[in-house]
Design a protein around this ligand. Sequence first.
Ligand code: MRU
Length: 353
Amino acid sequence: MSREPTLPTSLTPVSQSHLRLLDQRLLPTSEVYLDCKKVADVIVAIQQLSVRGAPAIGLAAAFGLLLEMDDYPDDAGIIRERLTAEGQALISARPTAVNLSWAVNAMLSFAASHAANLGAPGWRDRLFGAALELLEADRSACWRIGEIGADLVRTHPRVLTHCNAGSLAVSAYGTALAPIYRAHSLGAPVSVWVDETRPLLQGSRLTAFELMAHQVPCQLITDNMAAHVMASGAVDMVLVGADRVAANGDTANKIGTLGVAVLAKHYGLPFYVACPWSTIDLETTSGADIVIETRDAEEVRTIQGVASAPDSVPVYNPAFDVTDAALISGFITERGLIKAPFFETLREASQLD
Ligand code: MRU
């Protein structure tokens, strides 16, 4: 993995009033960008998964929050009122990934702690600077995750992953894919089983695309093939990302992750979760308290817009599931490799800031 990613970037803050987002719905066939100038543009992009992946939606929201600042008067009270209202609207766009509220709240805290300067000359630049710092912090967290997780991948080079936790889902490098890229660049004989990830195909459209761009050997499978591949002895470890990790280690990630974790347990394979600290939510006690987003039925009745079921068949479409902490071998974070008992070790790592 070189320090410079070779893939299209998921989000580019062109200026304080202009956020450019890669429309990930159209990958891998087209590279199209959305030019967001209004907070509502970013909310729609998050809801429609043009920008997706927990850290990326958090960063999009941090920059999205600032897009309409030119319309605000230089009045600290009004600025904070507007930011708080826009922040709430952004947080409501999707419920499961904690990175969304984490990033908005980080921006609101910055505004609160600089309240005295909020209407003073340069206030817009200062807020934009705070969002750029979040972007940079995510880049370095992902780089560290790659370095910390690379040894695991070197000793377990045949990895199965689910969904997309690569550079498209973050600022750069990825979370689950970062250790894979790092180990590959260090010469390890890495190969990746890529779960297709129905209904929206983040595995086949995005992860396979990323791995091919980095020339990491990979094979695409449909989700129902994972058990067969594991049973045949062709997998050394499972490595996935996360949308929210509760205080006890229960982890929400893309629907289908739980099934993969159960399978890994059955076949005696290590199951690791890679995520930045912004995904750890010590305020949420356990997985039972995580809100799981349910999405439109059409996503299940169709595949890439083509009908694959009767028009009106009733559908259940949860976008995420929760993997029990007992199924997780460890968390690869920028604060180190965290092992059970997670309630204690996550709390200890939270003191490391
Ligand atoms: O619905 P999505 O595509 O936003 O879901 C993404 C995932 O579940 C990822 O695995 C997770 O956000 C980690 S991204 C580093």
